[in-house]
Design a protein around this ligand. Structure first.
Ligand SMILES: Cc1ncc(COP(=O)(O)O)c(C=O)c1O
Length: 437
């Protein structure tokens, strides 16, 4: 089909698509992928710093995952959730071994939003009289009806009225502190505010607080370590379930399997997705074994037990160990961040460079002092970058859209990173010129 598709079929196919996806279409038709590179139908190469929605941590096409998938596909593909399969059991065992603390129970889904909803259901099962959820400003947890209500509300979002909204509280976004304080002397005012909000701004006891450990769509925001620990204490004090959305941070990108390793604290539920399947759809949750589980039928989906994705996930976890994926993310992240911070000294429009690992966000501003967001620069860099063979991530969040993301797979080479930096610097120079016009 790749060889025979006609221009008419391409046009008809495009016209038939309903749309609704983030980012719109780029007109790029993917023909092949390799390592960290995507090839289009004309054979043009693009260095992928999006890891295809931050999902392909071990590379865009890993031979070990292909082999596992081919073997499993030749045996059987879909099995009802009532039966077990070897990939399901091996994956459940491995994940609970990797999980921090006593998160020793696991459930699976096919999409992150679906898994977040599962975690919300567990919270409601455990907090009988609670119906409220607390989430962070600028958080992102998916596009199902319930998860849309857990996110930053996109302007004019007509779907929000349909369900209960979450109570949103400020996150520790130190570059633009919601309280105009400086980290170090702020006494974590944001955490104190959250504590107060749980008491005063919520009708009745909340069931859970849901947060990403590093805000991805929200603009690549990692919080100070004490913030995570303060949130844990707030949840304990108010008997709320703490749900960490690790759909982007899980399985290596910041340099660890899970965020507990970085912040020395453990949530009650971790929701995972994206990278685990090595390119095959899988998501799920790791749950504190002391929490009450689902009742029969609470969380049942036809394809939630998908042995092909599970075999791919077992292979992905093996690759993570064999190729020291976390270490690669850490080391390459240090290299790239250091070079970007050097660039920051030269170019006024680079307001902030944020890591960790290869979870990098560069916040663009028109002026370092006023921090006025430079959204046009972000749009230019993403679209012009593509023309120059570089896939960069952008963001529509923070009411701004001025953060460019560099999040390639861990297997990206140092030569490729140098190429990324060269193209990136060229784009920054263009934007500096735009600003001065
Ligand atoms: C942090 C976070 N949570 C939830 C989701 C939703 O996952 P999915 O698109 O698989 O439903 C995403 C997807 O981008 C995400 O980044």
């Amino acid at each position: 089909m790749y060889e025979t598709i006609t221009p008419q079929e391409i046009q008809a196919g495009r016209q038939a698509l309903l749309g609704g996806n983030v980012g719109g279409s780029t007109n790029l038709i993917v023909r092949d992928v390799q390592g960290s590179t995507v090839y289009d139908m004309e054979g043009n190469a693009y260095l992928d710093c999006t890891s295809q929605a931050w999902s392909m941590n071990i590379g865009l096409k890993h031979p070990k995952v292909i082999k596992a998938v081919q073997e499993q596909a030749a045996m059987f593909s879909h099995i009802r959730t009532s039966f077990d399969t070897v990939p399901k059991l091996l994956l459940a065992k491995k994940l609970t071994e990797l999980a921090p603390g006593n998160l020793k129970k696991v459930a699976f889904a096919l999409h992150g939003g679906n898994a977040i909803e599962g975690a919300m259901k567990i919270a409601l099962r455990n907090k009988d009289n609670s119906t409220k959820f607390i989430t962070m400003y600028d958080g992102y947890h998916g596009r199902t009806f319930a998860t849309m209500n857990m996110c930053w509300p996109h302007p004019n979002n007509i779907f929000l009225n349909w369900m209960n909204s979450a109570v949103r509280v400020p996150q520790a976004y130190c570059y633009r502190c919601p309280f105009n304080r400086e980290y170090g002397s702020c006494g974590l005012e944001c955490a104190n505010f959250i504590d107060m909000a749980v008491n005063k701004a919520v009708d009745g006891p909340p069931a859970a607080l849901i947060m990403e450990t590093i805000q991805g769509n929200g603009g690549m925001i990692e919080y100070p370590k004490e913030f995570y620990q303060a949130i844990r204490q707030i949840c304990d004090r108010h008997a709320m379930v703490l749900i960490w959305d690790e759909i982007q941070t899980g399985f290596g990108r910041p340099g660890t399997y899970f965020s507990s390793e970085r912040y020395d604290t453990v949530p009650d539920i971790i929701v995972f997705g994206k990278a685990l399947g090595g390119g095959y759809p899988i998501a799920g949750m790791l749950v504190n074994e002391n929490l009450k589980s689902f009742a029969p039928g609470d969380q049942s989906f036809t394809f939630a037990h998908f042995p092909i994705s599970m075999a791919a996930s077992v292979a992905t976890l093996e690759v993570m160990e064999e190729e020291n994926i976390c270490g690669q993310f850490r080391e390459k992240g240090i290299y790239l961040t250091k070079r970007l911070k050097q660039m920051q000294e030269k170019y006024e429009i680079i307001g902030d460079v944020r890591g960790p690992g290869l979870m990098i966000g560069i916040e663009l501003v028109k002026d370092r002092k006023t921090k006025e967001p430079f959204c046009k620069a972000e749009q230019y860099m993403v679209s012009e970058g593509l023309k120059r063979g570089l896939m960069l991530g952008g963001n529509k969040y923070l009411d701004m859209g001025n953060v460019v993301k560099i999040k390639p797979p861990a297997v990206v080479t140092y030569d490729e990173l140098d190429k990324v930096l060269t193209i990136f610097e060229g784009l920054i120079k263009d934007c500096e010129a735009m600003r001065n016009k």
